[in-house]
Design a protein around this ligand. Structure first.
Ligand code: FNR
Length: 369
């Protein structure tokens, strides 16, 4: 990291004591409209609320006299071993939060031995994000209208050294956030999705509703043949993000994807979709114990990470907290947020008598009635 980088001028505010404190602190560092854009979901924010509420429905059993002295949080994801199960979700337009945007996030991921998943809609060139990240870096791909454009992104990601492709399939229609619209949010002129080939694609406009769906936006939406085609084009592992139905998960497993991210896009796509945590056990039951599953949506603490693992995830992705921490203290903030989550997870594991992630299962949880 360059030692004169402005991110080093930033300090972690003294009142940040847990990862979720970044959510409150970000309300003082982001404009009201930008905060609304990041925090909001679609429609009535039903799925945003569901994601958060799903974690509160479970308690963790404390256990006694268990020997956890050899404890660790290492996790195997495909060919990769990560020091802990906390990855950074693809989050678009990070310049909204900090001038160093995805580059700062990538530095933080490297410092904390996390894995960054760089969004197709990053505001920094993907090659620079890859260079700033450590060896653990994945690229999130949105299918483009033209296959040649999708292929170009794929080839650039491969050349930049990303180790996996995460195809997001749950956002074929860009649904505007009511909260962002009501707050008067407009994407700043300099917040461009610089990795897309055409300038007009790089600018994002928020509109209240799309007038043409089936013969409009959905004309360009990917189908099974596009996924099969994509998988035939790369030797990198292809994960699929945005899967909520157990039958979709089973079919994707049969199609040979490397793993699945159980996600409702943080409540930013289909409003009224269930909480991602609530569909996780059924998906795990159908795909079996050995198939890699990640979960995101609503994780705000290390105890939430524990609950996700207990209900079937191998690891989790963090979305909004990443943007909040980035806006409060740049790379330092994101690294600190990951550190806090790791500490919270380790505390929870130790008190629940789990020495490794493999020791965490549904028996560790008690549902609230
Ligand atoms: C996202 N998310 C997202 N997902 C994706 O696949 N590609 C993307 O470009 C984006 N962009 C994006 C922007 C913003 C501002 C947010 C908040 C989210 C969804 C993200 O990867 C993840 O699924 C959710 O954010 C997880 O929920 P939490 O952790 O935010 O509750």
């Amino acid at each position: 990291m360059p030692s004169n980088s402005s991110e080093f001028a930033q300090r972690i505010p003294a009142d940040i004591r847990c990862a979720q404190d970044y959510e409150i602190a970000a309300q003082g560092t982001m404009s009201e409209a930008s905060y609304a854009y990041v925090a909001g979901g679609t429609g009535q924010d039903l799925s945003v609320a569901a994601n958060l509420a799903a974690f509160a429905k479970w308690s963790v059993y404390p256990r006694v006299l268990r020997d956890v002295k050899e404890g660790h949080t290492r996790v195997q994801l495909g060919a990769q071993t990560l020091a802990h199960p906390i990855l950074l979700a693809p989050v678009a337009f990070q310049k909204l939060a900090h001038p160093l945007a995805e580059i700062a996030t990538a530095h933080a991921a490297q410092a904390m031995e996390s894995c960054i998943v760089c969004s197709t809609l990053a505001t920094s060139p993907l090659e620079e994000v890859a260079a700033a990240a450590g060896s653990e870096k994945w690229f999130q791909l949105y299918f483009q209208t033209k296959r040649e454009d999708t292929l170009q992104l794929l080839r650039r990601a491969e050349a930049a050294g990303f180790r996996a492709i995460v195809v997001t399939l749950d956002a074929s229609i860009q649904v505007a956030s009511m909260r962002a619209l009501k707050a008067g949010f407009r994407m700043p002129e300099d917040c461009l999705a610089v990795n897309l080939p055409q300038l007009e694609q790089q600018k994002v406009e928020l509109s209240a509703g799309a007038s043409r769906i089936f013969q409009g936006m959905m004309l360009a939406a990917p189908t099974w043949s596009d996924l099969t085609w994509l998988m035939s084009q790369t030797s990198l592992p292809v994960w699929v993000k945005g899967v909520m139905h157990p039958e979709d998960a089973r079919a994707l497993q049969a199609a040979g994807v490397a793993g699945i991210v159980v996600s409702n896009h943080g409540g930013r796509s289909l409003d009224g979709a269930p909480a991602s945590l609530s569909v996780l056990p059924a998906i795990r039951a159908l795909v079996g114990q050995d198939f890699p599953l990640l979960l995101d949506g609503g994780i705000r603490s290390g105890t939430d990470v524990f609950k996700a693992i207990a209900l079937g995830a191998n690891a989790v992705l963090i979305g909004r907290l990443q943007m909040y921490a980035l806006s409060v203290a740049g790379a330092l903030g994101v690294a600190h947020m990951i550190k806090l989550l790791c500490e919270e997870l380790e505390i929870c594991m130790a008190l629940a008598g789990c020495a490794t992630l493999a020791d965490i299962d549904a028996n560790a949880l008690l549902p609230h009635l």
